[in-house]
Write a protein that binds this ligand. Structure first.
Ligand SMILES: NC(=O)c1ccc[n+]([C@@H]2O[C@H](COP(=O)([O-])OP(=O)(O)OC[C@H]3O[C@@H](n4cnc5c(N)ncnc54)[C@H](OP(=O)(O)O)[C@@H]3O)[C@@H](O)[C@H]2O)c1
Length: 258
């Protein structure tokens, strides 16, 4: 018997980090999961540990990859009722020095793929008046991110977009939630060239990926618009709302910038 109310989930970015934790938590709880990412070998290795994991290799920076996932969402055999838009990465550094091709890919994945998959899933869920969409944002969504300018902006988009779609669907049986992790030790720091900027972050600020994933699953089951795991980060988010915007921006700049 599952501890979660979902019948079948699809998790993007399930080959590592928080996405892998989503997949493990769900599969262990008895919820069948479709795992999506580019690294097929990683997905196959994960699936080999469980009887209820289906592998779907897709590059969500491409239209073909997005279309493959949309086809699976529309498949009425073994229908999906939970979409977790988790795949994402960042680009770290002063904006003028960042490869514009990389930021284009970042926006394609963090924003475009997430919007397209959310649209497809909601249109599958609405006729059933049942379904769940969990979009992984970041606590970085709540303020500008000097040296993470594009990343923080993509996550601000994810939060704003998700809140709006949550409100549109609040009384239509479809739950839509934005999850805001703080620092989580995953491949993200290497992929996003953030190892140097995060090396001084104290231990108590790092959250376990499974804790973050579980908090997100509980929040979307409860139809919360926003989830911020851990009291520390809830407090920091409240502070960013109370303090003047300019002060928050300068504090963020002094912490993150070289
Ligand atoms: N870690 C943190 O501190 C932190 C904090 C706040 C928010 N977040 C957010 O949490 C989410 C998960 O991050 P994470 O920390 O778990 O990072 P991660 O360990 O780097 O995992 C990222 C996942 O996304 C997948 N992915 C990347 N590009 C893809 C593409 N083009 N198509 C399909 N899948 C792709 C990767 O798989 P493949 O490489 O196999 O494709 C991997 O499974 C992201 O949205 C991130 O922005 C993370």
């Amino acid at each position: 018997m599952s501890t979660y109310p979902f019948e079948r989930a699809l998790v993007t970015g399930a080959s590592a980090g928080i996405g892998e934790s989503f997949a493990r938590l769900l599969a262990t709880a008895g919820v069948p999961v479709v795992v999506v990412a580019r690294r097929h070998d990683r997905l196959v290795a994960l699936a080999s540990e469980f009887a209820n994991i289906e592998v779907l290799q897709a590059d969500l920076q491409t239209q073909d990859g997005i279309d493959a996932v949309i086809r699976r969402l529309n498949d009425t055999n073994n229908p999906i009722d939970l979409l977790v838009n988790n795949a994402g990465f960042g680009t770290t550094g002063v904006f003028d020095g960042i490869d514009p091709e990389r930021t284009t890919q970042e926006i394609a994945l963090n924003v475009n793929a997430l919007v397209r998959l959310t649209h497809a899933a909601i249109n599958v869920f609405l006729p059933r008046q049942h379904g769940y969409v969990l979009n992984v944002s970041s606590v970085g969504a709540f303020q500008a991110g000097p040296t993470l300018a594009v990343y923080a902006a993509t996550k601000a988009f994810v939060t704003s977009f998700t809140e709006a779609v949550h409100e549109e669907n609040r009384k239509r049986g479809v739950h839509v939630t934005a999850l805001h992790p703080g620092f989580v030790p995953t491949e993200f720091q290497a992929v996003s060239s953030a190892k140097d900027t995060t090396s001084n972050i104290p231990k108590f600020m790092w959250l376990k990926p499974e804790r973050v994933a579980h908090a997100g699953l509980v929040a979307v089951a409860r139809n919360k618009a926003i989830s911020v795991p851990a009291v520390l980060y809830k407090t920091l988010v409240i502070i960013t709302k109370i303090f003047p915007r300019g002060a928050v921006r300068r504090i963020a700049g002094s912490i993150i910038a070289d």
